[in-house]
Design a protein around this ligand. Structure first.
Ligand SMILES: NCCCC(=O)N[C@@H](CCCN)C(=O)O
Length: 412
């Protein structure tokens, strides 16, 4: 026999599930449209317009297009319930929608957008007839572009977009369901070598070969890797290697990603990598320019209370959470990590009916497939149901906030 409060929460959860199911075709059309029009980080114009249109069609949402960033948006609803002057609890849902160069939505960000939209619409349905919640509740959907490059969430943090948000939810497609899986710190290093062109056959001795420097740099990093801690990563490409075989390259460019679980480790890894890049310059007589063009993505802070509530709601919907998610390792990064340092939240991973790996063409196909929809909407329901638990139960909200404070202290 459910208590009165439990009965009310269950009724709210039933309402949100019915609402999401009622909107399933529209939600699938939304993610399919984004999937069919892949746009790179910072250029998600179609996705932005499509999501703005999705929320604007319901006049009860207040929608701000081009919110602080050209392809970010904000959709707000509420507050409802509570008394005048009561502190409002602002629940945030995040939508990502940037694709990858050459392989489209190979990370399923079109489904992240669908989950965020569906969870928000569902929570609205659960709340709109509530007049006796512990506190007034508001819903904020943030369109957070450019996760794969640039770190749109970090730019939005710096622009104050998260200042009034109390909880934040999103979910990311993967190979299995996991309420939490470690995502680690990442920093990009851009390396430019400057040499001197010359005819490669007629008088090569007059040249200073920037491609030699690039190759040596790449090789130096490759041997460095043997001496790195097992949970560190460093990987990169030669973005520009020269123009023609008979012109000794005067300019080359490399891009590397450095990843570590802890910020102090990142400093150590950066120093080692920089030594490799400078050694290649010294060996070839080139000049070298080393920069970090994008902000550092932080690791995701865990929140045990939210993760446990998410698992409980997910299991009620039939989600299976493997004890040890095996098919994807934790060596990935996201700008949600930076958000998790300023707002309590969760970023679960969810199965989309494929064993393909992210950032592959097979995953792109899976992210646009009809069979991903059941899992996508189920994830949205679990996120929304988790939000219902927290907004209805002040003790849970306190535990969430305590987890957040403790997790931050552990980072020091
Ligand atoms: N959000 C979970 C992982 C998504 C992802 O693959 N992120 C990229 C971020 C790259 C930042 N320049 C990654 O390679 O981890």
């Amino acid at each position: 026999m459910l208590s009165g409060d439990m009965e009310k929460r269950q009724q709210m959860k039933d309402d949100l599930q019915r609402c999401i199911d009622a909107h399933k075709d529209e939600l699938h059309s939304l993610s399919r449209d984004i999937w069919s029009n892949p746009e790179l980080a910072g250029n998600e114009k179609h996705a932005h317009d499509r999501l703005v249109r999705f929320f604007s069609q319901d006049q009860t949402w207040t929608v701000q297009s081009h919110y602080k960033l050209p392809t970010a948006f904000k959709a707000s609803w509420g507050p409802v319930s509570g008394g005048v002057g009561d502190p409002v609890l602002n629940v945030g849902f995040l939508c990502e929608y940037d694709a990858l160069p050459g392989i489209g939505h190979a990370c399923g960000h079109n489904l992240i957008a669908e989950v965020g939209a569906a969870a928000a619409v569902g929570l609205k349905a659960a709340l709109e007839n509530q007049t006796e919640l512990p506190v007034p509740v508001k819903i904020t959907v943030l369109g957070t572009p450019a996760e794969e490059e640039l770190g749109g969430k970090i730019e939005l943090i710096n622009a104050g977009a998260f200042a009034d948000i109390d909880l934040v939810f999103m979910a990311h497609p993967a190979q299995q369901d996991a309420s939490f899986h470690p995502c680690i710190i990442i920093e990009e290093m851009l390396v430019k070598y400057y040499g001197k062109a010359s005819h490669a056959a007629a008088y090569p001795w007059e040249g200073v070969n920037a491609l030699d420097a690039a190759v040596l740099a790449y090789s130096n990093i490759s041997v460095l890797r043997q001496q790195l801690k097992p949970d560190w990563r460093i990987h990169g490409i030669i973005k520009h290697g020269g123009e023609k075989p008979n012109i000794i390259p005067a300019y080359t460019e490399l891009e590397f990603y450095l990843r570590t679980p802890l910020l102090k480790d990142l400093c150590d890894l950066k120093a080692k990598a920089e030594a490799c890049f400078r050694a290649a310059a010294g060996a070839t007589g080139c000049q070298v320019e080393i920069t970090s063009p994008t902000p550092t993505y932080y690791n995701i802070l865990p929140n045990a209370t939210l993760a446990s509530l998410y698992e409980s709601n997910g299991k009620a919907l039939g989600i299976h959470f493997p004890e040890q998610p095996t098919s994807f390792c934790g060596k990935r990064s996201t700008d949600f990590g930076n958000v998790s340092f300023i707002v309590p939240g969760i970023h679960p991973f969810f199965y989309i009916c494929t064993d393909a790996l992210n950032h592959t063409e097979e995953y792109t196909e899976a992210a646009g497939a009809e069979k991903a929809q059941l899992y996508t909407l189920r994830t949205a329901k679990a996120l929304s149901m988790t939000a219902v638990d927290v907004v209805c139960c002040p003790d849970l909200l306190k535990k969430v906030r305590d987890d957040f404070r403790l997790a931050k202290l552990k980072q020091k």
